[in-house]
Structures are given as structure tokens and as C-alpha cells.
Write a protein that binds this ligand. Structure first.
Ligand SMILES: [Zn+2]
Length: 664
């Protein structure tokens, strides 16, 4: 999700206005040289505190061989699987959807399951639901008409024996027969829901466009670290979803355009010859093809006429975490293609279809550029990370409350945008196709694993598209503005347990994005990139934990980085490196350097001389890990020194830039 409603600047303005009085001390009181070992004057962490806290489930997973110390999946790694067959009919007059579905659930775990858990995410809209974001008043949750498992009809009842209980957005289903390792269970559901109006987080309808998200009962994740993950959907924290294949049939009035996760199976039934011909041409066109224009939007022109005024659109999707769809009678449809490299490893280059669906008046928000922005984003990330593997990527004009939200192969974008913001929203959501759509982390407990990585990736795409635009500086500022107030909350924190939205936003988006830039500076660009993409390669279509991310970076770089993870992910220690003094000692200059914050980092010093020469000096992080707060380096006195600066490239998120330069 892109940060909705608040820009990073207005966000931080809010933080400063309301929290500036909460600023707590983090600065040293003493400038005296510190002892070489032991704790520093402001309680700086000693080396023994520089380890990463152990996670019980992860330790167990390693002992069972499902995870490894190198961060790669273990030899006994397993993951659940499901096949979904879903049917839905949308009535735009009543704004109701009726659904029917069958799920085949594959138990690939070594455990016998007597109960399974199912997500009913629409229940965030149920009367009296629990939530921590605003939701529209008086909608409805999911209205279950039928629940069956293993051929037995089930009813809502507490207790033992077959049956189910619904608690908020989670259903606990007691199976008629235990599901053994290697076995499958058939589940069946019928349900109804009222599509929530604009104001619903991440989707819904505004009377013209319908973005259908979280519209079906979905298996919760059962994994090797935590077992069932049954955290409620409360609005702020996002999702944790398993991989599955989907076969989806969607019935709507003829003349409505429908787009969904997956490949359309029956274009000849629902699209006219003209629409199909234009769509086919977009697959190889150099520019943007207008598949459906302002003049085409009616049954018989864009879509076929249908039977009884209705059409059924059938989509199939493979190896995705979720399926969403969107529909409107008012959509225009643009399409083009993106070169993604060799996505299927057959030695030949592949392309993906790039689409946008939008209302004509949304051209003011540059929706007529959306296909072009989408193509650049998909092509950029395919090169920067690895090839985009899915058949299409589609940007959808949705209700305002979509903000920017990612779904497999789709993004729902709502609201008003300038060209920079529109590109940013599209690039960000498309970046999410890599994290978390392909690299399927738990977004609820570790929101940084998808948002932080995507915020970092978005900056790389923007630098490419806007020719050197420095989005990384924006991420760093977003973090530093909150860090300055002292009200920061650590990155390793459950997404629903931040005290307010700014602390959530900084810890999940800006701080991890800024920290990745710092890590890139610590490791060097090549080694960083190798580790970053190796993490993706190892965990594609799998469920990595933060420890797999940390361990993969250590494995690939060959470095012990526990001090880095501890500092930037588990603590709110701040970085403040300073030039404390410059003194002549014989024929050299002694540059005194202080670590005034609690965060230990290597020091990168650049000495520029009057003859134009510039020398780089590196002070390893180990200097600080013993607890020292001050160190010194000597440089030649001549040729005359013009200036000395710490981290002139601004790669580290240092809270005070003014003390990093000499002369001041
Ligand atoms: Zn996001």
C-alpha cells in the first residue's frame, strides 16, 4: 500500500506539531575521550548487547530442518497449498455480491490438522467489528449461507465435533475427519456481501466502479514457525496469505468491463471482435493501444450483448496469494506490453500485458499515462530484481479510499494525483508484485518486509524514470523527522500495535527504506544487491521470516551484521557521528571523531585538500562495539586541508548533519 491521504511532508509536519515536546535526550554530555572498552558515557551498548533477540519458533524451525542458519529454506521446508474454484455475481443496483466456492486444501505439513482456520476479511465491516482504521458505518460483514467440509454440512456452533465458529475476521472450522499429513480436504461455501462504499480501506465501490477485494473465504496460513496465523484484520496491518491456484467465474451486466487477477479464459464469449483485435495488437505494440475508448462503452461495442443482459467472465490464476477483480460500465481500457526478460527460463525473452482501466474524467490525474508508467515500472523491476512472471499487470481506477493498494497482477488506485505522485503510486504498487506477492512474508507482524523493501525499490524506479530524482532523501527525511522527536517505535513490531499512524508509517516505510540505503553503503553496492536478490531468489513463492532476511545478507556478504540488525530493526537508537576536533600533531592533523548517538556505524570520512585531491578514510564499526565514544584518525597536514566531512554522500540516516563538517 502506498501511504494514503498524508504525503510524507504533511505527515511529518503533523508529527512535529504534536510530538515535539516528547523529545528525549540522546546526546552525550561529555566530550572527553572515552575508555576503549566498556560502556560509554551515555550508556552506549557494549558488544555483548549487539546480538539479535532469538525467536522461539525460528529456533524450533531450524532444529526441525525447515529453516537454516544461512537464511535459505531447510531441506525439510514445507508449505500448504490450496485450489480455489469461485463463482460470484454482482448486482450493481443492490450493490450486493453473491458467491459460491469450493476449496481443495492440501496439507503438506507433518502435522495432523483437526481444525483449519479461514479468513473472512469482509467481517471488518460487520456491525460492532473491531478495527483501528475508519471503516464505513453500517455496512455488513460476510453473510454465510452454507459451510461444508469433507462432504458434511456444518453449522455455526461452539464446542467439540464438526462445526465452525466465527470470531471477527477469523473462522475456526472443526473438520469432520482429521486431515493427515499429505491429505486433502474439500471445503465449500456460499455467501453474500454488500460491497462497502468509498471509505472502505483498500477497495469497495463508489457507485460507478467496484474494486472487489477480500471477497471470498480464504485459508489462513499454517506455517512451520507459528502454526496457524490467526491475527484479526483490524485495518492498519495488512495480510499474510498462502499460495494457491484460482479458477474464478464472475457474472455482471453486459457492457461492464471486468478485470481480475489471472488470465481471461473466454474472451470470445465476453469481448467483441473489435475489442479482442485491439487487445491482441497491444501484446506487441510499441505504444499504448486504446482497447475501449469513450465511444465504445456499451454492450455490443466493448463487450458482447450477453444472455439476459449478463455476461460471465472466467479467469484463471496460478501460484498467487489472492485474487481480486474490478468492474465498471464507465471504464476506458488502455493496454500495452512490457519486456520482462526470460521469465519462464526457456532461453527466450518474455513480455507481460500491461493494462489500465479508468474513467474518462480521471485523465486529470494522468490515468492516460498509467499504462506507460506501468510498463516502465514492470520493465525496471524485472531488470533490477528478477523477471515479472505473471501474464499481466493492471492499474485500476478505484474508489478514493483505495489510496494505492496492491493485489496480485493488479493495483487499485484512488484519489487525485500529479504526474510525480501517479508514477510513484504505480511504481510502488507494482513493486509489491515482488514483495510480498512473490516473496510472501507476513505483512501483519513484519510490515517492513513488504513496505520497507518496496519503498526502497520505488526509490530506485523513480531515480530511473525521473532521471536522478532523489526519492531516497525523502525516505531518510521521513525517518529523521520522527526520530528527532524521540517518539519512534522499533521496526520489529506488530503492525497493529503502533500507538498511531505516523509511528507505523515511519517504522514500516521510511526507516527500513533508509536503513537499506545505509546497508548498501556498509556492504558496497554489488554485495548489497547480490544479497538482496539472493533473498528474493531463495524465498520466491515462500514464507520468509525476518531472520531469513538477516541470515541471507550475512551468508552472502560473509559478514556478521548482528550489530546492524539490532540497531536498526530492534531498537530506536539514533545515529549521530560528529567531528569533534581537528588539531595539528607534528606533521599530521588529528581528526577527533565522536559517536554521539547510541547507534554504532562505520565512519566514512572524506578529506578534501586545496589542490583538489580528496581522500576517503573508513573507520570500522568495531571501534564503537566495545563501547568507545571517541576515536581519532591522523591525516597528512600538507597539501593544505580545505575541508573534512563525514558521510558526504548522505547514505547514513544521521540526526545531526551540522556537526559532520570541518571547518564548521
Ligand atoms: Zn506499500
Amino acid at each position: 500500500m502506498v501511504r494514503p491521504l498524508l504525503s510524507r511532508w504533511s505527515l511529518t509536519g503533523w508529527v512535529l506539531a504534536s510530538l515535539v515536546s516528547a523529545c528525549s535526550g540522546g546526546r552525550p554530555t561529555s566530550a572527553a575521550p572515552a575508555p576503549a572498552t566498556g560502556r560509554g558515557s551515555d550508556g552506549a551498548p557494549a558488544a555483548r548487547a549487539m546480538t539479535v533477540p532469538a525467536l522461539e519458533g525460528y529456533e524450533l524451525a531450524m532444529s526441525r530442518g525447515t529453516r537454516t542458519r544461512t537464511g535459505a529454506p531447510g531441506p525439510r521446508y514445507w508449505q500448504q497449498w490450496a485450489d480455489y474454484r469461485l463463482e460470484a455475481e454482482l448486482n450493481p443496483v443492490s450493490k450486493r455480491m453473491t458467491g459460491k466456492g469450493a476449496i481443495t486444501y492440501y496439507n503438506r505439513s507433518p502435522d495432523t490438522l483437526k481444525t483449519v482456520y479461514i479468513q473472512l476479511l469482509q467481517n471488518i465491516f460487520a456491525p460492532n467489528s473491531r478495527h483501528n482504521t475508519s471503516v464505513p458505518w453500517a455496512v455488513e460483514g460476510i453473510d454465510l449461507g452454507r459451510v461444508a467440509a469433507q462432504g458434511t454440512e456444518l453449522s455455526a456452533a461452539a464446542g467439540e465435533g464438526p462445526g465452525y465458529e466465527v470470531n471477527g475476521t477469523i473462522m475456526r472450522l472443526r473438520l469432520p475427519q482429521p486431515l493427515a499429513p499429505g491429505g486433502t480436504a474439500e471445503l465449500a461455501f456460499e455467501w453474500k456481501l454488500r460491497v462497502p462504499p468509498d471509505g472502505a480501506p483498500r477497495g469497495g465501490q463508489d457507485g460507478e466502479v467496484y474494486f472487489m477485494n477480500y471477497w471470498y473465504p480464504q485459508m489462513a496460513v499454517y506455517d512451520d514457525i507459528n502454526g496457524w496465523q490467526t491475527d484479526q484484520y483490524l485495518g492498519t496491518a495488512e495480510f499474510y496469505m498462502g499460495y494457491a491456484n484460482y479458477d474464478v467465474s464472475l457474472t455482471l451486466p453486459a457492457g461492464w468491463l471486468v478485470t481480475a487477477t489471472g488470465t481471461l479464459q473466454n474472451p470470445q464469449d465476453v469481448l467483441t471482435d473489435q475489442t479482442r483485435a485491439r487487445l491482441d495488437s497491444a501484446r506487441s505494440a510499441a505504444g499504448i493501444v486504446h482497447v475501449v475508448t469513450d465511444l465504445d462503452r456499451e454492450p455490443g461495442r466493448s463487450t458482447t450483448a450477453g444472455r439476459d443482459g449478463k455476461l460471465t467472465w472466467r479467469f484463471r490464476a496460478q501460484n498467487v496469494r489472492d485474487v481480486s477483480w474490478a468492474a465498471s460500465a464507465r471504464y476506458l481500457w488502455d493496454a500495452t506490453n512490457a519486456a520482462v526478460g526470460d521469465a519462464d527460463a526457456d532461453g527466450r525473452p518474455d513480455t507481460a500485458l500491461i493494462q489500465s482501466f479508468y474513467r474518462p474524467e480521471q485523465r486529470v490525474s494522468h490515468w492516460d499515462e498509467a499504462a506507460r508508467y506501468g510498463r516502465h515500472s514492470v520493465e525496471f523491476f524485472s531488470k533490477y530484481l528478477w523477471p515479472y512472471p505473471y501474464p499481466h499487470m493492471t492499474a485500476v481506477d478505484g474508489p478514493g479510499s483505495c489510496g494505492g493498494m496492491e493485489y496480485p497482477m493488479m493495483t487499485c488506485i484512488g484519489g487525485q494525483w500529479d504526474t510525480l505522485g501517479m508514477y510513484e503510486a504505480i511504481a510502488h504498487e507494482i513493486g509489491h508484485m515482488w514483495f510480498p506477492m512473490m516473496v510472501g512474508s507476513d505483512e501483519k507482524r513484519y510490515a517492513w518486509m513488504d513496505e520497507g523493501l518496496t519503498q526502497f525499490d520505488q526509490s530506485q524506479a523513480m531515480a530511473d524514470f525521473f532521471k536522478g530524482f532523489d526519492d531516497e532523501a525523502g525516505n531518510r527525511k521521513g525517518y529523521l523527522d520522527l526520530a528527532a522527536t524521540g517518539s519512534e517505535v522499533e521496526v520489529m513490531h506488530h503492525g497493529d500495535r503502533y500507538p498511531n499512524y505516523p509511528t507505523y508509517g515511519v517504522a514500516t516505510y521510511y526507516k527500513p527504506a533508509a536503513v537499506l540505503v545505509a546497508l548498501r553503503a556498509v556492504l558496497g553496492r554489488d554485495r548489497f544487491h547480490k544479497a538482496f536478490t539472493e533473498y528474493g531468489r531463495r524465498w520466491r513463492y515462500r514464507h520468509p521470516s525476518p531472520y531469513d532476511f538477516f541470515a541471507t545478507f550475512e551468508d552472502v556478504s560473509g559478514r556478521d551484521l548482528s550489530w546492524f540488525w539490532r540497531t536498526w530493526f530492534f531498537e530506536t537508537w539514533r545515529l549521530d557521528q560528529a567531528i569533534d576536533s581537528v588539531a595539528t600533531v607534528g606533521d599530521s592533523l588529528e581528526v577527533g571523531i565522536e559517536n554521539r548517538g547510541r547507534a554504532p556505524m562505520p565512519v566514512h570520512v572524506v578529506v578534501t585538500r586545496t589542490d583538489g585531491r580528496a581522500d576517503s578514510l573508513g573507520i570500522p564499526v568495531d571501534v564503537w562495539l566495545g563501547g568507545a565514544k571517541r576515536t581519532a584518525v591522523r591525516v597528512a597536514k600538507q597539501p593544505a586541508v580545505k575541508s573534512i566531512e563525514i558521510d558526504p554522500g548522505r547514505e547514513f540516516p544521521d540526526v545531526d548533519r551540522d556537526n559532520q563538517k570541518w571547518p564548521r
